[in-house]
Design a protein around this ligand. Structure first.
Ligand SMILES: Cc1cc2nc3c(=O)[nH]c(=O)nc-3n(C[C@H](O)[C@H](O)[C@H](O)COP(=O)(O)O)c2cc1C
Length: 320
């Protein structure tokens, strides 16, 4: 077989076709990155999570580094939905790249009304960040429980015709169950996952390093954990799984696709190497050329598991 030079990098996420499977993770991308990369090369844009009201975020300090990782407790500082519609949306409209808008709200109705309001020309999909407290119930994040996930996803599904991505939390005990609930309620894709709840203590002052005490762990240290979640969730649902957690190079991205992801999001790596996303896109293409894989979508779920190695899925993924 002769070396391939043209690889089909496109992937389909529900009704949406992306030119390649790589996009930023919510909250880790900034407009100024246009100085280091061509935004028209990205698979999609994903915005920082927006809320209806102005929010100031958490007390300082908000970020601390740990080996191979970052712990953040930014909270969701937001300029509100009106600013987004007037300023942010027109900025991204100048690019030929689908815009995915990440939203959050404290109630299922709040999510639905935000999704409905943001169902606008120029918005390609809604990503519901449901790792936030559900104030109508017990204050736990919606994505901690299948029932709350199903309820908020159902309301979102009624509120918008746009493709609906639901971003899950790895802090729940049973992600496949929560992913199935999102699928059953009409999600077009699940994003696996948000950060892992964590903590750090300063040995000079004996105080927690973060103003919020606890924060979310991201970066290379979390990749093997999230890879396992992606593998399990991809087995549990038919809708696409978008992987997010610790990707810093194209090998990481390929690994996630082999585990079952249809696309990937890159977060913390952008803070280390601002052009990481485009380097990863080039690396995936080079990998496909080298391995003579004509379509990147063929990587999805390609992990080879011999029958004798089949994990005990009843244990890993208890039936509901
Ligand atoms: C500084 C920072 C801010 C973040 N803000 C958001 C956010 O607004 N909404 C959201 O859904 N996830 C947010 N995340 C989580 C990322 O989107 C991503 O799920 C997580 O960082 C794991 O990916 P990574 O290891 O590639 O960073 C944030 C992460 C970081 C580090």
């Amino acid at each position: 077989m002769s070396a391939m030079t043209t690889i089909d990098l496109s992937v389909r996420i529900g009704g949406l076709t992306l030119r390649n499977p790589v996009m930023p993770a919510s909250g880790t991308f900034a407009e100024g990155l246009d100085r280091v990369m061509d935004f028209n090369r990205l698979g999609a844009f994903v915005t920082k999570t927006i809320t209806r009201e102005l929010r100031s975020g958490n007390p300082l300090p908000r970020v601390v580094e740990r080996p191979g990782s970052l712990i953040n407790a930014i909270g969701i500082p937001s300029k509100g939905v009106a600013y987004f519609v007037e300023e942010t949306l027109p900025y991204y409209a100048a690019y030929d790249t689908p815009l995915v808008v990440s939203i959050s709200a404290p109630t299922a109705d709040g999510f639905a009304s935000l999704a409905s309001e943001l169902t606008l020309p120029g918005v390609a999909a809604i990503e519901a960040n449901i790792s936030c407290p559900n104030i109508e119930e017990d204050g736990k994040a919606f994505a901690m429980e299948a029932e709350a996930t199903q309820k908020v996803t159902r309301e979102l599904r009624k509120a918008t015709k746009l493709p609906l991505w639901v971003k899950l939390t790895p802090n729940t005990g049973d992600m496949p169950d929560v992913a199935r609930a999102a699928e059953a309620a009409g999600a077009d894709a699940v994003v696996v996952a948000n950060t892992i709840l964590s903590m750090a203590i300063d040995l000079k002052s004996f105080k927690p390093c973060l103003g919020n005490i606890m924060g979310g762990l991201s970066g290379p240290a979390i990749k093997p954990i999230i890879l396992r979640h992606v593998f399990q969730c991809a087995k549990a649902v038919r809708i696409p799984v978008i992987a997010c957690g610790g990707i810093s190079n194209s090998d990481d991205a390929v690994e996630y696709m082999l585990a079952g992801a249809s696309a990937v999001q890159v977060g913390t790596a952008t803070f280390v190497q601002p052009a990481a996303i485009t380097t990863i896109i080039e690396g995936i293409e080079a990998f496909c050329v080298h391995r003579e894989i004509a379509r990147v979508a063929d990587l999805t779920g390609g992990v080879v598991i011999e029958e004798a190695d089949e994990p005990d899925l009843a244990w890993l993924n208890p039936p509901t």
